[in-house]
Design a protein. Structure first.
Length: 1121
């Protein structure tokens, strides 16, 4: 059981043993048991007290916190830190003299040979936990330089005697032997050693604790209390680690977003492909079917249609013939009866009106003559009307006109001959304009979907080469596609288009494709001129064109793989000096005017004003199609107007020619009328009128005869009508019978020929074609049906072609865009629609159905479940760190409240919380993200918007700008939100005095204030809620810390360390032993003696009585002096 006085030390690691081997002026092995109540290392100045403190520092603290010889006064002018080193301690440096050259010469106890040192510190928590930490340093040669000093660290659970290392040293520092012989923890390096040791002895929770233990060793001025507490008392908060975890979480989220965004862009790029691929396939199938059914299959189908119509017509005629027979029988009976009545009345009338009958015969003949002359006159009048003449009404006019007719015919013939050449020219012009209009319209349509200004014929030739060789068309640019007029030089475009026309239409072939392209072009008929250049590797040097040359007025796309090569070619080939007028060309070997006159070597001049070079619609340089498209649209509009005018003019001439031909023919026909009497219908009408008068006169005188004539005429009309009806029925019956016979023969002939479509799909398709025809289905329309049916098949073929081309164009655009952006993800990079259209449609389905939803789901899950919670955790870490500072300060103040600072007062650590605006702004951002989080998981648009907010926030945490670093520090380093100072309070809590800088006090007051501040800082870092404010690690080194304090101040300073539960390891002169006695449990007296080979130190326990006697002797000596 522990001693009751040690109850407060349970679970508190304290130093219980310190061992050294060959340390400084201590030679050999030294073993010092240490009291749990603390120890005083005392003795004369220079005896080695600080060496023992430094030994403990070496085994406990990292190198940057080891403050050797901390008792030295570093305030003196020229003094410096680290005048002692581990290498000095290992070698045993004991004095410094000058050599023969007046240079400093250090003397060592263990110099000039291999040597080693070791330090062991054993810590015990009074509850069964014992840890021994060992630091071993050695030189394998005669070196004195710290760079050649080797080291080893050990951590042993329990006690360990450094004498065990002698076997290791005797074996030439055989570390493998040591590790095999003495199992222990052998950390890989100093950092690992410090990490493992501090974790085991209660120092692992604070990074500032070790630094503070090093500072406390000297207990010198700590300066500004606010900065001291921030930088030394408070650890770097956990917020920085939380922020790093948050940033680490963002990277996979950003990757997930990029993946989802890429899938979205890919889906968008290919969105129309499945539909267009279906259109393409359907149109291809439609075209194939329609094309395959033309000719023979269509004829077979139409023959079947013809047979059906024949059968229907034959059946209809059968029905009609039966009806005709029945009607004819009835009409024949009626006709015979009517004829009997008529013959009876005719006989009676003949007997009574013989004269009237004769006159009637003469009148009928006269009426026939009148009608004949009228018909002849009407034809004659029509012929004269074509000649622009009126028909004569008397014989004299007729004879005069007849003499003029040959002249009129000849005049029309001559004018026609004269008109023939104009008519041919008009028709030729109209045809030429129509061809030009069709060509320009085709160019315009091609340009609307083209990506460059290259003419369609050349572009198609390139596509054919690319498709045949398997080289992507994008790898075979025309030079013109990579060239354009430089900014501000647009007025030189016409000249550049003329000079560079041939060069611009040159294909640029990468060297790796040279063989395949060359072989294909050589072995095939290219149907035109093909020029190409092989693009080879170019040097980094790029010659610049002279400013006044045509090359300088051109811009080359050097981002393209062939750009640098092309730029060098342009500089070399187009060194033409640009001038305003032809007169200025005389001064230069080669040059070009702004209007395109070109001067070549040898005084050779050339100007090419062909329309394909001068018209903006034919320009080829650059990739901006807008200007060329506008020019083409203007040309097409003008050609439409010109074509209409030419067609109207040719039509007018054609009509005039037709009128002249009609006039010529009419003159010949009119000349055939040679006798006026055959045209004089007026005279024939007079004669008929006279006969009719005589008949009327005779009839008016015999009433009975009139009545008989009327009855006879009526009976004749009835009979004649029935005769006509019977004749019509007979004729129609015969016609239908003959037609039926012919149709039956035709049906038999057609029946013997193929007339059925075996394939049901083809038959159904042809039925649909027939149903589209807006014609009545009858035998009479069969010819039109055939023609219309063929036209409909042609229309469907053309429509399918158009649909197919349109779908292919839209797919090509989408595929090329996808390949350009994501070549690595493309299932095929050929761009061939037939070859890879289905693959891209399947790819879109895969992206839309799986990749994009999965990527978005993962992205939304990560931003909802990982990223935003991670940001929330950072905010909570900030709040927690902020609250912990206040809680821990309150805990420290409780300890400070147990020790008087001055009579009746206590020192408290005061802190004021005033966070910067950035902290509040960050909290507002976090609140916004958290409030929007619920809707993000199910709404992709909200998730993307949330991601942009997160990304903006992450930029502040990852940017390396000064502003961003300052912002991060303000948000994360919650220490900066507090202002700290010391507040001395009376029993009523009133502030007596405030302390903001320890340097503002006297020496003794300064040391006391420093002691209280260090005690508070160490308690803050080494204590926790479960230790009742006491540190888990108790040892505290104080190396002659109270040199400027009187006994009262020193006692107050020591009491605060004691009250906080520290085990004090004090190095002080003997005169201080009485002051420190109440706070420690042991004293070790250190002494040093000069031996023949140098100074030697030794130490042994001493009682406080012995120390008091020594103190008295020193006082007597001082008095005697």
């Amino acid at each position: 059981m522990p001693d009751p006085g040690e109850a407060g030390q349970l679970r508190q690691f304290r130093l219980v043993r310190l061992q050294i081997v060959n340390w400084g002026t201590f030679s050999g092995y030294k073993d010092f048991p240490i009291s749990r109540q603390g120890v005083l290392f005392t003795g004369p100045s220079g005896s080695g007290k600080s060496s023992l403190m430094d030994a403990h520092s070496t085994v406990l603290l990292p190198a940057h916190d080891q403050r050797f010889n901390a008792s030295a006064d570093l305030t003196a002018r020229g003094s410096k830190q680290a005048t002692r080193s581990v290498a000095d301690y290992v070698r045993g440096a004991w004095s410094e003299t000058n050599d023969e050259h007046e240079q400093s010469q250090v003397r060592y106890l263990r110099g000039g040979k291999p040597t080693w040192s070791a330090i062991g510190a054993t810590y015990d928590d009074a509850a069964g936990g014992v840890v021994t930490a060992v630091a071993v340093k050695w030189f394998t040669g005669v070196d004195n330089d710290s760079a050649n000093l080797k080291q080893l660290h050990m951590i042993i659970q329990g006690q360990f005697a450094l004498t065990a290392l002698e076997g290791w040293a005797e074996r030439g520092f055989d570390t493998r032997w040591l590790k095999a012989t003495y199992p222990a923890s052998y950390p890989a390096g100093p950092e690992a050693y410090t990490r493992d040791l501090t974790t085991m002895i209660g120092l692992g929770g604070s990074k500032s604790a070790l630094s503070l233990l090093g500072k406390a060793k000297a207990m010198k001025n700590v300066g500004d209390l606010n900065f001291f507490i921030r930088d030394n008392m408070l650890d770097r908060p956990e917020t920085f680690a939380a922020a790093q975890r948050m940033v680490d979480t963002f990277k996979p989220l950003n990757d997930a977003f990029e993946t989802a965004h890429r899938a979205y862009l890919q889906e968008k790029e290919l969105r129309d492909v499945p539909g267009q691929w279906q259109r393409y396939q359907q149109a291809t199938a439609e075209r194939t079917r329609a094309e395959s059914l033309k000719g023979g299959p269509a004829e077979v189908y139409l023959r079947g249609v013809h047979l059906r119509l024949l059968s229907e017509e034959i059946d209809r005629i059968d029905t009609a013939l039966q009806t005709f027979d029945e009607d004819l029988q009835a009409k024949t009976k009626q006709r015979e009866a009517a004829y009997g009545t008529f013959r009876s009345l005719e006989q009676q009338y003949s007997e009574q009106g013989q004269i009237l009958l004769t006159l009637q015969v003469q009148l009928d003949a006269a009426n026939i003559e009148v009608q004949a002359r009228r018909d002849a006159y009407a034809g004659y009048s029509g012929q004269l009307a074509l000649l622009g003449r009126s028909a004569p009404s008397i014989e004299a006019e007729f004879l005069a006109l007849r003499l003029q007719l040959p002249q009129l015919a000849e005049s029309a013939r001559v004018e026609r001959e004269q008109l023939a050449s104009s008519l041919r020219a008009a028709f030729a012009q109209a045809g030429q304009l129509e061809k030009e209009l069709q060509a320009k319209t085709g160019d315009l349509q091609a340009l609307r979907v083209a990506r460059s200004l290259i003419p369609a014929r050349e572009a198609q030739r390139r596509d054919a080469i690319a498709e045949a060789t398997g080289v992507p068309a994008a790898d075979l640019p025309f030079a013109a596609e990579l060239l354009d007029i430089a900014a501000g030089q647009e007025r030189w475009r016409p000249a550049a288009e003329k000079v560079l026309r041939s060069f611009g239409l040159r294909l640029l072939v990468p060297e790796r494709h040279e063989r395949s392209i060359k072989e294909f072009i050589d072995t095939h008929d290219m149907r035109g001129i093909v020029e190409y250049s092989v693009v080879t590797a170019t040097s980094a040097h790029r010659p610049r064109p002279r400013p006044e040359t045509l090359a300088a007025k051109l811009a080359v796309n050097t981002d393209h793989p062939a750009g640098l090569w092309l730029a060098a070619q342009v500089t070399a080939r187009f060194d033409h000096v640009c001038v305003e007028t032809a007169r200025e060309l005389d001064q230069h070997r080669i040059g070009v005017t702004v209007r395109g006159t070109l001067k070549l070597p040898g005084n050779h001049y050339r100007k090419d004003d062909r329309p394909e070079l001068t018209n903006p619609s034919s320009y080829i340089l650059g990739a901006n199609t807008a200007a060329k498209r506008a020019a083409l649209e203007d040309e097409v509009a003008q050609l439409i107007v010109d074509s209409k005018q030419a067609n109207d003019a040719s039509e007018a001439l054609r009509q005039r020619d037709h009128a002249l031909l009609a006039a010529q023919q009419a003159a010949g026909a009119a000349a055939k009328h040679t006798v006026w009497s055959k045209l004089d219908h007026w005279k024939a009408a007079d004669e008929a009128e006279q006969l009719e008068g005589r008949l009327a006169e005779i009839r008016s005188g015999d009433v009975d005869l009139q009545r008989l004539e009327q009855r006879r005429d009526d009976a004749e009309d009835v009979w004649q009508k029935l005769v006509g009806e019977c004749s019509l029925l007979t004729s129609r019956s015969e016609e239908q019978s003959q037609r039926q016979t012919a149709l039956v023969d035709e049906h038999d002939q057609e029946q013997r020929r193929p007339h059925e479509i075996d394939d049901e799909d083809d038959s159904r398709y042809l039925d649909e074609v027939l149903a589209e025809l807006a014609l009545t289905r009858s035998l009479d329309n069969m010819g039109q049906i055939r023609a219309s049916f063929r036209r409909e098949l042609d229309r469907r073929t053309g429509a399918a072609d158009s649909t197919r081309q349109n779908a292919a164009m839209l797919m090509k655009r989408a595929l090329d865009g996808f390949i350009e952006k994501w070549r690595d993800a493309a299932p095929d990079t050929s761009g061939d629609i037939d070859r890879c259209g289905g693959d891209f449609a399947t790819l879109h389905k895969e992206i839309a159905a799986r990749k994009l939803p999965e990527a978005m789901a993962r992205f939304q899950q990560m931003i909802s479940e990982d990223m935003v919670p991670s940001i929330g955790m950072l905010q909570r870490a900030i709040e927690k760190a902020t609250h912990e500072i206040q809680e821990r300060v309150d805990m420290v103040n409780i300890g400070l409240g147990r020790v008087e600072f001055n009579s009746g007062t206590h020192l408290q650590i005061a802190c004021t919380y005033n966070p910067p605006a950035e902290v509040k702004a960050f909290r507002a951002r976090v609140d916004e993200l958290l409030s929007l989080a619920p809707g993000v998981r199910s709404d992709s648009a909200k998730a993307v918007a949330q991601f942009h907010r997160v990304r903006d926030l992450m930029a502040l945490f990852t940017s390396d700008t000064t502003e961003a670093r300052r912002w991060r520090t303000d948000v994360l380093d919650v220490r900066n939100s507090y202002t700290f100072y010391g507040s001395e309070k009376d029993p009523d809590g009133a502030t007596v005095h405030t302390y903001r800088n320890t340097a503002a006090n006297s020496g003794g007051e300064q040391e006391k204030l420093v002691a209280f501040c260090l005690a508070a800082a160490l308690s803050y870092n080494l204590a926790d809620r479960d230790s009742d404010g006491r540190p888990r690690f108790a040892p505290l080194m104080l190396d002659e810390a109270f040199s400027k304090s009187d006994e009262t101040f020193s006692a107050q300073a020591l009491s605060v360390f004691d009250e906080f539960g520290f085990q004090m390891l004090i190095a002080a002169p003997i005169r201080m032993s009485g002051i420190v006695e109440p706070f420690i449990g042991q004293a070790i007296l250190v002494e040093k003696r000069m031996m023949a080979d140098g100074a030697r130190s030794n130490a042994a326990s001493a009682t406080f009585g012995e120390l008091a006697a020594r103190r008295g002797q020193e006082s007597d000596g001082d008095a005697g002096a």
